[in-house]
Write a protein of this length. Sequence first.
Length: 645
Amino acid sequence: MSEELSASDVVVLPGLEAVRRNPWMYIGSVGEDGPRRLLREAIDNSLDEALAGACTRVSVRLDGERAAVEDDGRGIPTEIHPESGVSACEVVLTRLHAGTKFERAPGRWRAGLHGVGLSCVNALSRELRVEIFRGGQAFAQDYARGRPLGALARVGATARRGTTVSFRPDPEIFRDFRGFDAAAAREALAELALLLPGVEFSLEAGGAREIFSGAEGLEGLLARASAGERALTDSPVRVSLGGGELALEARLSWTTGRDFAAKSFVNCVPTPLGGTHLAALRAGAARAVNEMMAETGAAAPGEESFGVDEAADGLRAALDLRLARPHFEGQTKSRLTSADAFAPIAAAVREQTLAYFRADPAAASVVAARVRAARRERLAVGRALERVYFLRARTGIDERVYKEQFGARSRNWHDSAKWITDRELLDAHAAMCEMPAGARALDVCCGSGVVGAAFRGRVASVQGLDLTPEMIALARTRLDEVRQGNVYDLPFPDASFDLVCTREVLHLLPGPERPVAEIFRVLKPGGQFIVGQILPYSADDAPWMFRVFKKKQPLIFNMFQEEDFRRLLTGAGFRPPAARELRVWESIDVWIDSYETTPLHRREIRRLYREAPAEARAVHPFEIAADGTIRDLWRWVVFSARKPG
């Protein structure tokens, strides 16, 4: 019988210890995106000064594993905080939810919103130094892993003003960090310059200094969103909306590209996962297209209205939204969830896009033809895909189909699903390893090689195998050697490896018993097979999950339940496997935005979530936000099976 809990069992983590204990809750990842997030949080602190009109210059310096962000704003306050007894600067750097970002006066936009930015940077840095130039005086303070090494000190007189924060991410937290990505910083600063053309943004890295011009404004951002594609009209749609707590500038252009793409920002913070503002923009554009086609006679009598995905096919957008009280999905602010923003944005886009069509009948005609052609193409492709893939489900695997789909998807592989680079999931695979340090490992169907790379430091070498040349090229940047081959006939002699790993592959394969038998064959006696798989929560949600996954990826052949998967392993000769279960939130809107999922199937997947049967809802947790975005808490199980010695 379990022991009773008492008040003494309740643990309160002091200061910034919670951030160091669970960093992914605050910055999203401790992988390669983690240090990038820290740099962005430091930049956001300077952006607040720029948005307040108090700053004209933001400079970033990168020197290996160290970064510095400098601005000429008002400087972090240095006076003693009346409630804390230490400087206001120290409060900002050592207390969560401390800052000047919580007042929401109309017209005052903030990039840093939650009062955790600089304190998180401090908590997760091996060393951090803040320099403040304010009121004719210069101040400085040093920290180590979130703890001050002394009080804020006055170091002299100065004519400068502003704040400089320099830091080095902690290698205890970011084990794979080897230095800041200058290219990513360059991209971020170039976009900020376009959003704030009156502020000078610069980057110093590798001995060179670059200043970014913002003269093109949103048109420059639109050009970035539509790079490599041709606009179908002479000028973009311009949308403007101003108010007390919401202001919007947007540019829209239909292009020769496919699907929808946008550069979107809220208070100059990028929102790569979209949210309310992009959903509203798409909805407003679709309404304008349908009304234009009705007015011009381009719509056939009785024809069904064009849906959002159809009307937005090939649409590229740049969106600069300023909100006094934005709501985001999490600390990283990747998705906007402000429900109140939907209606005014959708109305403004609809009204001003329709006015654009009325003023330019030639542009209206081109867009109408583009939307109609997209509907014909997508219906034809959808019918062909269903006919071909369901036929192949009966006749077996066709290598060409796998090469085509995963070759195309390799272009945005790491952005196509959160689970692919989820650090907790990768660490769970690596933690299962029971092989000695001199072991030889094989990553089967290795994709970009991230699973095999998770075993580095635990084994002597990791070899990869994949069917797709594009994936092989990605994996070669992470693994020791990568070969091309088919998992049904592994090109290795018997007993070649001590360890074989793979993830989320076997349910794509007809007759999974044969690949598992091949893995068993190439393992040495006593060798280990580590495999991760998404599984239903029970028999109650399994049929519904299969329908969702089949609509996403026609190559799905199996929706294993846990007992089925265990039998698959033991049936090949493995000992009964150990297992570890994890649950990972996945953005369904990102997951279905992929090459193999037609717009028709994307709509059907969203409908399957909205109309999920009661028995599935009872066991399978997922969320549908007010703006229609969907998150699913997937059940991952990582199995470890041993070949008898």
